[in-house]
Design a protein around this ligand. Structure first.
Ligand code: ATP
Ligand code: MG
Ligand code: MG
Length: 290
């Protein structure tokens, strides 16, 4: 599916189409002066408040606070990371071994809801995936769908997955649901960077700055970081950047819980595998430099 968001951004009197690689269409609007508006989520808003005094400032979009529209709709105003780029190539990499919160799992168990929309999505990707019982019900639970997506992609095994890409040819794709192996991911990155080692090398350097910043981050110290992405952006002039985005599902850990974002997840330990994924991403991209 090609996801062009419906608005144009104004940049130095020049208009450029803004690219959205994940999420629902209606969640984003153009903001003033190189900003975008993302539908307000109090979870995410609180994360950006913690991030105000964190060491990740250079690696996240600047947050300019809340904007309330005439109809009462609330948005978070964020720096548009694409604004400084001419014809950017963009990739959204969703980090972590898990894409749902422990809390969501618990709630789903206490109050199981069967979703026919998720069954349909599953069948669209792989008609043989539902079990005979699921086929009879024509419905599955949300955690079942999410876990299945994690396993057919690289989330479970590598701790990240490619959500969407817009390449230099202008074509965007979200067709990476079954990109799972180390080699398959490498191929997508080679394609994304057009085999340009200078760009790949800048990406690796940037990720190596991000890693210690995440290891020492206040936000990561006491949050379960789920569904957050690294946004990779470059253009043909060799300008590059990587930022942490999407804290909509980043949630405070229960009081007595400590995580290192690298350990294996077992239910109850709240590990999210963010750094496990980042380690793998760095090794995988570094291999492409030799
Ligand atoms: P989901 O939870 O499904 O991933 P979401 O509604 O939480 O979606 P985000 O993941 O935050 O939305 O953003 C969706 C897409 O919008 C990203 O993949 C990226 O392409 C674009 N985007 C988000 N934030 C920015 C930003 N600050 N600057 C430029 N592009 C952005
Ligand atoms: Mg996202
Ligand atoms: Mg999100």
């Amino acid at each position: 599916a090609v996801t062009w968001s419906p608005f144009l951004q104004q940049l130095k009197k020049r208009k450029y189409p803004w690219v959205q690689l994940a999420g629902h269409q209606g969640c984003f609007q153009a903001g003033e002066h190189g900003t975008i508006l993302k539908k307000l989520n109090t979870n995410e808003q609180k994360c950006y408040e913690v991030l105000e005094n964190d060491n990740l400032t250079a690696f996240i979009p600047a947050a300019r606070g809340e904007v309330v529209k005439e109809n009462g709709e609330k948005f978070l105003q964020l720096e548009d990371l694409l604004a400084p780029f001419d014809s950017p190539c963009v990739m959204d990499v969703k980090m972590g071994i898990r894409t749902y919160l422990e809390d969501e799992l618990k709630k789903a168990r206490e109050n199981p809801k069967l979703r026919s929309d998720m069954y349909e999505k599953m069948v669209d990707i792989d008609p043989s995936a539902p079990t005979p019982e699921e086929q009879e019900l024509r419905a599955i639970s949300k955690p079942r769908y999410m876990q299945w997506r994690e396993n057919i992609s690289s989330s479970s095994s590598l701790g990240f997955r490619i959500e969407g890409v817009k390449n230099s040819n202008g074509v965007s794709s979200k067709d990476f649901k079954r990109t799972r192996t180390w080699e398959q991911v490498q191929e997508v990155f080679q394609d994304f960077t057009s085999h340009n080692k200078a760009i790949m090398s800048q990406y690796v350097s940037r990720l190596k700055e991000i890693r210690p910043a995440v290891e020492n981050s206040k936000l990561f110290k006491d949050h379960e970081v789920i569904g957050s992405s690294l946004l990779f952006v470059h253009n043909s002039l060799g300008k590059t950047g990587v930022w942490l985005i999407d804290f909509g599902k980043t949630t405070p850990l229960p009081k007595n819980i400590v995580t290192n974002h690298r350990n294996k997840w077992v239910e109850g330990n709240h590990e999210d595998g963010y750094l496990f994924g980042l380690d793998n991403l760095i090794s995988l991209m570094e291999e492409l430099l030799v």
